[in-house]
Design a protein around this ligand. Structure first.
Ligand code: CO
Ligand code: CO
Length: 315
C-alpha cells in the first residue's frame, strides 16, 4: 500500500526522495558516492560534496545536514588524504549553509567518497522531473563535457588552466540555479549527471509526458572536449548511455558523430536542466548570469509528446 507521506519515492527516477513531515514542511533526501575525479584530495572532497548536494538543489530544496560516506584503501593511501577529502567536503557543505553531522568510513580497495544529504522543502513547491509542459523553454546551467575532460586529465592532456576551470565548475554549487528556479516558478528540473545530457533530458521528457527539441549550438560545452573525443577519451559509460537512449533520440545529420558523443558524456556535478515558461526562462538566465552562473543558457524547448522524446538539431 502506498504511504501517503511519500511525495516522491524511488519509482519516479527523481533526484531525491520527498517525505511529508507536516503541513508546510517535507524532508528531501539523497545519497551519492563517486570515485576520484582529480588527484588533489581536497578538491575531490569539494566536487563530491557539490555533486551530492546537487540532487537537493535539483528538487528546489534547501540542504540542512549531511553524512560522509568514505570507502578507503587504508594500506595504499595516506590518512592525510582522507583528512583532506573530508575537509574539502566540510568546507563545501558549509558554503551551502548546511552541516556535516557525522559519517562512516570503511576499508575498501577502491577509494570512493560521497555524502548522504538531507534538506527540506515546501511540499507544494518542490521541483520534480515530471512537470514540464509544451511551450516551456529549457535552461542548462553548466557546460557539458566533464567526463571527457576528466579522461583527458587522466591521460595528462589537460593543461593547468583547463584543469582549474573544470574543477571550479564541478565544485560550483547548484544552489543559485535551484533557488532561482523555484522563485521563477519552474515547472520541472533535474541535474545532469551519469546518464549525460541526452539521458537526463529523455527521462524528464518521459516523466513529463512531453517531447524535447534541443539546439546543439546553444548547449554550453567545453570546446576542447571535441578534440579530446577524437583522440579517444570515450568511456564504456558513454556508449552505454548512447545505447540506453538509442530508441528515444533523433540527432540531425549535420551533427557529427564526435559532437553527438558529447550528448552521452557522463557528467560529474553537472548543471541543472530546468523547464520554465518562456518569459520566466529568459529572466532566469539573466538572473543566473548576473549572479555569476555565466554558462547558463536556453538550450531547447518542450513540445507535445511524440516520437522521439529528444530531437537534437544544430540550431
Ligand atoms: Co540527480
Ligand atoms: Co544522484
Amino acid at each position: 500500500m502506498h504511504d501517503p507521506r511519500i511525495l516522491v519515492g524511488a519509482e519516479t527516477g527523481d533526484d531525491a526522495g520527498v517525505f511529508a513531515l507536516h503541513d508546510g514542511l517535507a524532508l528531501v533526501q539523497t545519497v551519492d558516492v563517486i570515485t576520484p575525479v582529480v588527484d588533489d584530495p581536497y578538491q575531490f572532497g569539494q566536487v563530491a560534496a557539490s555533486n551530492a548536494l546537487s540532487d537537493i538543489y535539483a528538487m528546489g530544496a534547501v540542504p540542512l545536514t549531511a553524512l560522509n560516506l568514505a570507502a578507503f584503501p587504508r594500506d595504499d593511501v595516506p590518512l592525510g588524504a582522507l583528512r583532506a577529502i573530508l575537509q574539502g567536503a566540510h568546507d563545501k557543505v558549509r558554503e551551502a549553509g548546511a552541516v556535516i553531522l557525522g559519517g562512516h568510513t570503511l576499508n575498501d580497495p577502491e577509494l570512493k567518497f560521497g555524502l548522504s544529504v538531507t534538506g527540506t522543502c515546501d511540499p507544494r513547491a518542490y521541483l520534480s522531473n515530471s512537470g514540464a509542459r509544451p511551450g516551456d523553454l529549457l535552461v542548462l546551467t553548466k557546460p557539458i563535457g566533464t567526463g571527457i575532460l576528466i579522461g583527458a586529465y587522466r591521460r595528462g592532456w589537460l593543461d593547468e588552466d583547463s584543469t582549474h576551470l573544470l574543477v571550479r565548475n564541478m565544485a560550483a554549487l547548484n544552489d543559485i540555479a535551484g533557488r532561482t528556479a523555484v522563485s521563477r516558478g519552474a515547472r520541472a528540473a533535474t541535474d545532469i549527471t551519469g546518464f549525460g545530457l541526452a539521458g537526463h533530458a529523455c527521462e524528464l521528457a518521459s516523466r513529463s509526458a512531453v517531447a524535447i527539441r534541443m539546439w546543439f549550438e546553444a548547449i554550453p560545452m567545453y570546446h576542447a572536449a571535441l578534440s579530446f573525443i577524437e583522440r579517444g577519451t570515450e568511456t564504456i559509460i558513454t556508449s552505454e548511455n548512447q545505447r540506453h537512449v538509442a530508441g528515444s533520440i533523433r540527432v540531425a545529420g549535420d551533427i557529427s558523430a564526435t559532437e553527438e558523443m558529447l550528448l552521452y558524456d557522463p557528467q560529474t556535478s553537472g548543471g541543472l536542466l530546468v523547464s520554465l515558461a518562456p518569459d520566466e526562462a529568459r529572466v532566469y538566465v539573466e538572473e543566473l548570469q548576473s549572479a555569476g552562473v555565466e554558462d547558463a543558457a536556453i538550450v531547447g524547448e518542450v513540445v507535445e509528446a511524440g516520437e522521439p522524446y529528444l530531437d537534437v538539431t544544430r540550431s
